[in-house]
Design a protein around this ligand. Structure first.
Ligand SMILES: C[S@@+](CC[C@H](N)C(=O)[O-])C[C@H]1O[C@@H](n2cnc3c(N)ncnc32)[C@H](O)[C@@H]1O
Length: 261
């Protein structure tokens, strides 16, 4: 582990790229055709470099750089909701976390970052075109973060792979479900939650919150919190001062957190 084989480059507009220091000339999207080892290996943290007509600064690689530069396929959970999920569920060092679906691994990066090397992270995903992206993002994180959990991945729908999950770990501190059908997923894995453990559902639409709430209660869980977090970014105004920026006031999802007593 450690980021010796990778370089994070930030462009003036904040766009961030994670580049593997391979000794081979090839095209890197957003940067151009370069041999990363020859061009970037000598750069110290904070150094600037001009590549083509763009200027970049080398930064240390932490969670924000991994998230900003991640490969994307399925819709990802952003820092706003990931932060709330981690705080409401109390996820911390050494936790065991079951997560479905993996998707692009947006939330997984946040989980891996907080549970550390004593944590256990089990991800489930049925669509290979999604898990290829999610697992590549986790590979990068495992090579760049100073600590990385023990990670297992299972291909399939979570409802169909409960025995495989149990063969790896039979109980979890936290279960997070970001998938279309929460009801059947909750029914399949509620029994894997430790006493005092928490389950979270990420629900883009209200009908998912309602069916998740009912499914949690039917499976002996108590809903602790349900709601939405609204983010309002600020920026510099053109005539001076700072203020909320103009732009869409978007919706991501509702969250529901339930606990096993
Ligand atoms: C929105 S994506 C997850 C994004 C992920 N949380 C992130 O932050 O990148 C939802 C994923 O759930 C997967 N999925 C759908 N049904 C599932 C099931 N029954 N079990 C596990 N995963 C499922 C989909 O294939 C999709 O990749």
């Amino acid at each position: 582990m450690g980021d010796n084989n990778w370089v994070a480059l930030e462009e003036e507009d904040g766009k961030t790229y994670l580049v593997e220091l391979v000794d081979k000339t090839h095209k890197i999207k957003g940067i151009g055709v370069i041999n990363p080892h020859e061009m970037l290996n000598h750069l110290q943290l904070g150094d600037s470099i001009q590549l083509g007509h763009k200027s970049f600064v080398r930064l240390p690689i932490g969670l924000p750089e991994l998230s900003k530069s991640m490969l994307r396929r399925a819709q990802t959970i952003s820092a706003k909701d990931a932060g709330m999920i981690i705080a409401k569920m109390g996820i911390g060092s050494g936790y065991s976390v079951l997560e479905a679906g993996l998707g692009s691994g947006g939330l997984s990066l946040h989980i891996a970052n907080v549970i550390g090397e004593n944590g256990i992270h089990l991800t489930v995903e049925p669509r290979e075109e999604h898990s290829n992206v999610g697992l590549e993002n986790l590979r990068r994180a495992s090579e760049c973060l100073s600590e990385f959990p023990k990670h297992h991945h299972i291909n399939g729908n979570i409802e169909d792979v409960v025995d495989q999950i149990k063969s790896i770990k039979s109980d979890f501190d936290s279960i997070i479900l970001d998938l279309p059908q929460h009801k059947s997923a909750i029914g399949s894995v509620a029994g894997l939650l430790k006493t005092g453990g928490r389950l979270c559902c990420y629900c883009p639409v209200t009908s998912q919150v309602e069916s998740s709430w009912e499914a949690c209660e039917e499976n002996g869980l108590t809903v602790e919190w349900a709601g939405e977090l609204i983010e309002r970014p600020w920026g510099r105004a053109s005539r001076g001062g700072i203020r909320p920026v103009n732009g869409p006031f978007g919706h991501t999802a509702f969250l529901l957190v339930a606990t096993k007593k």
